[in-house]
Design a protein around this ligand. Structure first.
Ligand SMILES: Nc1ncnc2c1ncn2[C@@H]1O[C@H](COP(=O)(O)OP(=O)(O)O)[C@@H](O)[C@H]1O
Ligand SMILES: [Mg+2]
Length: 262
């Protein structure tokens, strides 16, 4: 899909949990907002790890993306809420998102089910274009709703660590996207892999070899986010990583990553 806009939609996805999707998404969002860019976060993981970190006490908890379906028929403008951080808005998620597949399959035919994201984007283009970045956090289980947003993304960031599970998660995601995009006759979104949570002394040679074998090394970003206690410490207080002068190494790694993806 060709879009004449300056808004960039970036997805953080891997069909494996615990690889740093949410951590990367929230820190990139925070840094964008800090630099004055307007950011819309969309949380697609029913576990709501991202949502809870951006909540204010004013947030209305049942206003998720599902409100757009199943007879509610509200506009995307009605489900966007402010966060506690400057320049960052959010579409939150919740347990009810586990029902998204059933709802979408009831409402749409096989031929239309992967046009939902494209239609939402088309119908509410003016809202999306108010933002410089739309950043989307995904669950490891990539169902119809998730695929809909992946295939309209400008970029899909796939975090991996040094584990085989995370590597397999890339292949699974790539297969899903290849399959759906072929079926829908659209181009596969740009995929970029980033090493995250790798320990300084860890040997990543095996994963590099596997990436090479699968011809995925050209998809690999240069930046590496190493393992750091600061990411765990800042789980509840997001601003601290960006305001704590001891975390310069992490900040620098993120700045390098951002340079590669914008
Ligand atoms: N670079 C890192 N260094 C240390 N811990 C990390 C790093 N990246 C993520 N983590 C931690 O790993 C756990 C899983 O990360 P998370 O972003 O929630 O993964 P996912 O969203 O892919 O399930 C979290 O506790 C998070 O704080
Ligand atoms: Mg997550």
């Amino acid at each position: 899909m060709k879009r004449k806009t300056s808004m960039k939609m970036i997805s953080f996805c891997n069909k494996k949990g615990g690889v740093g999707k949410t951590t990367l998404c929230k820190n990139v969002a925070y840094k964008f907002g800090l630099d004055g860019a307007k950011v819309l976060l969309i949380d697609l993981d029913p576990q709501a790890t991202l949502s809870v970190q951006f909540y204010t006490n004013k947030i209305i908890k049942d206003v998720t993306l599902l409100k757009m379906f199943g007879g509610f028929n509200v506009g995307i403008n009605n489900i966007i809420q402010s966060t506690k951080y400057k320049n960052i808005d959010i579409i939150i998620t919740g347990e009810e998102l586990t029902k998204s597949s059933t709802i979408l399959n009831n409402l749409y035919t096989k031929d239309n089910i992967y046009k939902v994201g494209k239609n939402i984007f088309g119908n509410f283009n003016n809202i999306f274009l108010k933002y410089d970045y739309v950043l989307i956090d995904y669950p490891p289980t990539v169902l119809e709703l998730a695929v809909n947003f992946l295939i309209i993304s400008d970029l899909v960031i796939i975090p991996i660590n040094n584990g085989l599970g995370a590597f397999k998660g890339i292949l699974d995601l790539k297969n899903t996207l290849n399959h759906i995009c072929r079926q829908e006759n659209i181009t596969v979104p740009t995929l970029r892999i980033v090493f995250n949570n790798v320990k300084e002394d860890e040997d990543t040679i095996e994963i590099y070899k596997l990436l090479e074998e699968e011809k995925l090394n050209s998809n690999l970003l240069q930046s590496i986010i190493t393992n750091s206690k600061s990411f765990i410490k800042t789980e509840n207080k997001l601003n601290s990583i960006w305001e704590n002068k001891h975390y310069w190494r992490q900040k620098k790694a993120y700045e390098e990553l951002i340079k590669e993806i914008i």
